[in-house]
Design a protein around this ligand. Structure first.
Ligand SMILES: [Zn+2]
Length: 281
């Protein structure tokens, strides 16, 4: 499945919502042959129906297209649910952005807390990145993934929901391995939704149990030796910071160590800024 969305201000949540403007999907059989497809425009209700410039340019959709041919969101989802049918299936999307948008739209427009039309989910981007062992810090886009797999994207009408769905299916065909695919299937339990909604945050309390004190150090980037700490660690906007001097090369830096609380883990990121002059103690 793939969705196109447009970010608009949504008064009810006093923030931005990625309002869905198109739903596309294909179903595949066990041999990954396409059985049927779904393609539907969704009439936008927020922001006066105005589309963001980059959305207009990427999709070539206009406000008129959506107003004339689009269905209201709840109707579109009802049709999609009927189309999907009640058989067992695994819903796949590229990255979890679409599924987050789907959940946010469902809650905003229908009040339902969960997506009832599917029970199993795979983020194919995560599966791809596992297979290619690419860094989790950088997300690989659909066309880049196609290129890495040697799949030509010509004739696919990318950046439209059905075209992206078909190309995603093509990638799945090439990528699928029975031995590890099952590890990426998530069951849509309450925990699945909790994880989907979780917003990662920086830990700002130095004494938080998840702040691993042994990770608070700085190694000189030039000399690769531990530097001498001159000031105590304290939280600034981007993480915990302290000033260090490398006794080998004399460089003075402000080191930054950030602890980002993810749903299941804590991610640690390091950076350092070389200071021109010694700051006041
Ligand atoms: Zn040094």
């Amino acid at each position: 499945m793939d969705l196109e969305w447009n970010s608009v201000y949504a008064p009810k949540i006093r923030g931005h919502l990625n309002e869905i403007i198109e739903i596309g999907a294909v179903t595949l059989d066990e041999q990954f042959r396409e059985l049927k497809y779904f393609s539907m425009l969704v009439r936008s209700r927020l922001g006066g129906g105005r589309l963001q410039t980059h959305v207009r340019e990427m999709t070539s959709l206009t406000q008129q297209d959506l107003q004339v041919h689009g269905q209201p969101f709840d109707k579109a989802i009802a049709r999609f649910t009927r189309w999907l049918g009640s058989g067992e299936h695994i819903l796949c999307t590229w990255g979890d952005g679409d599924i987050r948008a789907l959940l946010a739209n469902t809650r905003y427009f229908t009040g339902a807390r969960e997506l009832t039309f599917f029970k199993n989910y795979v983020n194919l981007q995560a599966y791809f990145q596992h297979r290619f062992e690419t860094s989790k810090a950088q997300q690989i886009g659909l066309s880049a993934a196609g290129e890495m797999l040697g799949l030509p994207s010509e004739g696919y009408h990318l950046h439209r929901a059905l075209g992206d769905s078909r190309f995603t299916a093509e990638i799945l065909r090439k990528l699928y391995r029975s031995e590890d695919f099952a590890c990426f299937v998530k069951h849509c339990t309450p925990e699945f939704y909790a994880e989907l909604e979780y917003k990662p945050r920086l830990l700002s309390d130095l004494n938080h149990p998840l702040v691993d004190q042994t990770k608070l150090y700085y190694v000189c980037r030039g000399c690769n030796r531990p530097a001498r700490q001159l000031t105590a660690w304290r939280f600034a906007s981007r993480g915990f910071q302290a000033v260090f001097r490398c006794e080998h090369c004399g460089q003075l830096v402000r080191a930054n160590v950030a602890f980002k609380k993810l749903y299941r883990a804590v991610e640690i990121r390091r950076s350092a800024k070389v200071l021109e002059e010694e700051p006041p103690a």
